[in-house]
Ligand binder design. Sequence first.
Ligand SMILES: Cc1cc2nc3c(=O)[nH]c(=O)nc-3n(C[C@H](O)[C@H](O)[C@H](O)COP(=O)(O)OP(=O)(O)OC[C@H]3O[C@@H](n4cnc5c(N)ncnc54)[C@H](O)[C@@H]3O)c2cc1C
Length: 410
Amino acid sequence: MPELTDSQVTVVGGGAVGAAAAYFLAREGYRDLQIIEAGNTSSETTSQAAGLVGQSRTTLDRTRLTIASAAFYRNLEKDLGYTADWRETGSIRLALSDASVAELQQIAAVAAQADLHVELIDGRRVQELCPMLEDVSAVRLALWCPTDGYVQPNSLTDAYLQAARDLGARVIPHTRVVGVDVRDGVVTGLQTDHGNIATDMVVNAAGPWAGALARLAGVEMPIVPVLHEYFVTEPQDGWDSGSPTLRIPEIQVYARGEGSGVLCGGFEHNGTSIDPATVAIDSVLPATLNWEVLGAFAEDFARFVPTFGDAGIRTVFRGWPGFTPDGRFVVGPVAGLRGFVMAAGCNAHGVSGSAGLAQHLLESLTGDVSPYVRSLSPNRFLPRTWSWSEARLQAQAICENYYPMPAQPV
Ligand SMILES: Cc1cc2nc3c(=O)[nH]c(=O)nc-3n(C[C@H](O)[C@H](O)[C@H](O)COP(=O)(O)OP(=O)(O)OC[C@H]3O[C@@H](n4cnc5c(N)ncnc54)[C@H](O)[C@@H]3O)c2cc1C
């Protein structure tokens, strides 16, 4: 196993985002690069993700980002020789109200601008594509995107890491960063529980702990861990891993086939977040599962599949994806702290958006940064004019109102 050493670039965090950042940086020519991970790679938030990759969004920039990410996953095995277990199942987004119909029409218009093929379809066509939905009487309109799908988050992360290793990157698991050395506004090294190293650039890809890591460098970043969870049922008639992925904004629920069971999750209206000012760099999951919330997802989804209410639950997945007060990624160098670069604040898009986010990271390190990538800069939160209590409420609200996403760049 490689040893912790001095390095030009050190990525902190071995989840999907850190792994993607490492691969894209190595591909760009940053070869003296190591990834430091407190536990095992992809053992935290990434391991819990559903892996849904939805390309159609309300804004053009975000749609282009996910189109590029999906293309990368589709071709990953051919291009890099490793698999992300990409499944191109297509996706269906249901509209049950006038507001949602208008939103779908807007999304379809954005998709047309981005050259993404989508179709607005009726309930009958929904049932043809997804016969397991027995009752579609409430469906006013739906958006079908045949090239959407999902990845297996751990496979994707392993693929990035293998590809980064092939380019010379070193992966150092079971090593925790406990301090950041800064001299005259420049990052000079990291302190870890296995010794200290010199490094010229730190990429903060610490997921929900990115705010805590930034604080070690003397910077406050409003990355708020918000609880998110889903369950996988016992086998259900008609479902398999090729079933289209489903999103139903009105009930804040998503679903897809997982084996012959159904993976079903959602975004509850009364979310649970952790005070980012006090989050410990440890696993912080609540001891008990929240059956009230999970049961409500099942009950709501049973409007479309009446037998679903009786489905046995096989497993529950949960974690604390990092949300930001404006629902946008936090990507790029931190002003006034040379060598400290953020790659965090994924707002529950960190798996699907990892390839795009890593490309934005590269762009942020060049002299030629587009207005969109500039809008993701951590410097929008500096100098700090916000309060932790407000930032926490706003970030939690982004999660609670995940569907529909606000009509602004994310
Ligand atoms: C239930 C659930 C479902 C989800 N579904 C989806 C989905 O369908 N699609 C999607 O795109 N996203 C989804 N997400 C969100 C997605 O999981 C996250 O956005 C993504 O995993 C974030 O990746 P990451 O690498 O930033 O974070 P993580 O995977 O948490 O990785 C961060 C790593 O940093 C390490 N670390 C932290 N501090 C330190 C330190 N001081 N020193 C060393 N290492 C450190 C941690 O150990 C951790 O491994 C879901 C999340 C959950 C919880």
